[in-house]
Design a protein around this ligand. Structure first.
Ligand code: UVW
Length: 353
C-alpha cells in the first residue's frame, strides 16, 4: 500500500477504498448489489443498451473520434478482380470446401456507446503539497508514471502500426472495471419525460423534484441511468448527424451545481450513465471563478471519486418499458472490453427486467 498523495482534492474519496484502489465507486457494487439487481428480474426480458457502434456517424459530435473502420484479415493474396475477401480453402487444397472470413477493426474506444474509465480524465492538482500542480488521476495516480496513454497519435496510418509502441497504463486501465464485471442494480430516471428535447441543464432542485414526482428512489451502490432522448434523435439521423442540432438538444446534468455533485457522492451512486454524450451538458456560461475544470462533473466523478461514466447508451426502449410498467429498477450487466490500459471502452450493456 502506497499513499500517492499528501493532499486530496476537496470532495474526493481518495484513500477511502485503500491507497492502491483502482475501482473507485464500483467498490460499492458487491454481491449484495448483484442480489438486489437479480431481485428486480421479474419477466426475464432483456434490452440491449448499445447503439450500433457506427453511430452517431461521422465526426460531428466529436471531431477527433472517428467511426470504426473494418478491414478483412487476408488469408492469401486476393486474386485478380476479387471483390469479396471470403477465402475458399479450395485454393489451398481442391478437396477442401471451407470458406473463411475474418476481420480487424480500428475503433475509437469512445466513439459510440462507451464507458469512460478512470484513466480518461485527471486534473492538474498539487497532490504532493509542494505548491506545484502535478497531472494526477483518481487516488493520486500520476500521468506519465502510472497512467501511460499510447505513444503515437492516431494520424499515423496502417503502414506505421507494426512499429507502434503501446505501453499499457500501469494503473486505472479499463480492465479494472472488466475484472469487476459491472453488474448490479441500476435505476433509470427519465429526464426526457420532463424536458422533452429541451436543452436543459438539470441541477439539484430539478433532479429532486423529478425523483419525487416519478417516485424514484436511488440508494447506495445503485448505477444511475439518465434518459434524455438524445439516443432516439441520434438514431433518427441515420449516421448523417446534424452536429448543431445534437449539441443543443435534450437535457443533461448541470456539472456546475455543487449541490448536485454533493448529492451524487452522498447518495453513493456507483456509476452515472446517460444516452447523451457527456452525461453533463457542456457549460454555457462561466459561473465558476478562477482555474477550474472544463467539465466539472467529469472532474467530480472520474478524478475525485472514481465514478465511471457511461455515455451514448441507448436507453429509450428500456425507459418506455419501465414507464409502462411503473418501474425504475433493473439488473444491469455492462462489462467493458478487457483491454489492458485503455482509458475507455465500447460496451454492450444488457438490462434485464
Ligand atoms: C466529451 O467528450 C465531452 O466527453 P467524454 O470525453 O467523456 O466523451
Amino acid at each position: 500500500m502506497t499513499q500517492r498523495w499528501k493532499r486530496r482534492p476537496n470532495g474526493s474519496n481518495w484513500g477511502d477504498f485503500g491507497s492502491d484502489d483502482q475501482r473507485g465507486s464500483m467498490n460499492l457494487v458487491g454481491p449484495e448489489q448483484v442480489h438486489k439487481g437479480l431481485a428486480e428480474v421479474a419477466e426475464g426480458r432483456t434490452f440491449n443498451l448499445s447503439l450500433p457502434l457506427d453511430y452517431p456517424g461521422g465526426t460531428a459530435l466529436h471531431p477527433r473520434r472517428q467511426p470504426p473502420r473494418r478491414f478483412a484479415t487476408l488469408r492469401g493474396a486476393p486474386q485478380e478482380g476479387e471483390q469479396c475477401f471470403c477465402f475458399a480453402m479450395s485454393r489451398v487444397n481442391p478437396f477442401y470446401t471451407d470458406v473463411y472470413s475474418d476481420d480487424m477493426v480500428v475503433l475509437h474506444t469512445q466513439y459510440s456507446t462507451q464507458w469512460d474509465g478512470l484513466a480518461h480524465v485527471g486534473a492538474e492538482f498539487d497532490a504532493d503539497g509542494d505548491g506545484v500542480d502535478e497531472r494526477v488521476f483518481y487516488n493520486g495516480y500520476r500521468a506519465g508514471t502510472d497512467v501511460l496513454p499510447a505513444t503515437r497519435a492516431q494520424s499515423a496510418g496502417p503502414a506505421a502500426w507494426d512499429t507502434w509502441e503501446n505501453p499499457q497504463a500501469l494503473a486505472l486501465g479499463i480492465e479494472q472495471l472488466a475484472d469487476h464485471g459491472a453488474q448490479g442494480r441500476a435505476v433509470l430516471v427519465s429526464l426526457h419525460r420532463h424536458y422533452g428535447r429541451q436543452n436543459h441543464a438539470v441541477g439539484y432542485d430539478d433532479l429532486m423534484r423529478i425523483l419525487e414526482t416519478d417516485r424514484v428512489v436511488v440508494e447506495r451502490g445503485d448505477m444511475l441511468c439518465l434518459h434524455t432522448g438524445l439516443d432516439d434523435l441520434i438514431l433518427s439521423m441515420n449516421k448523417q448527424p446534424d452536429g448543431p442540432t445534437l449539441l443543443t438538444s435534450c437535457a443533461g446534468l448541470d456539472g456546475g451545481d455543487q449541490r448536485l455533485l454533493n448529492w451524487i457522492t452522498d447518495t453513493g451512486v456507483a456509476a452515472l450513465i446517460s444516452d447523451n454524450f457527456a452525461v453533463e451538458l457542456m457549460p454555457k456560461g462561466m459561473r465558476m471563478q478562477g482555474r477550474h475544470a472544463m467539465l466539472p462533473l467529469h472532474e467530480h466523478c472520474l478524478f475525485k471519486n472514481g465514478i465511471h461514466l457511461g455515455e451514448l447508451w441507448r436507453l429509450g426502449e428500456l425507459a418506455r418499458w419501465l414507464q409502462a410498467h411503473d418501474r425504475s429498477r433493473f439488473l444491469l450487466t455492462a462489462p467493458p472490453l478487457n483491454l489492458p490500459g485503455a482509458a475507455g471502452s465500447p460496451v454492450t450493456p444488457i438490462a434485464t427486467v
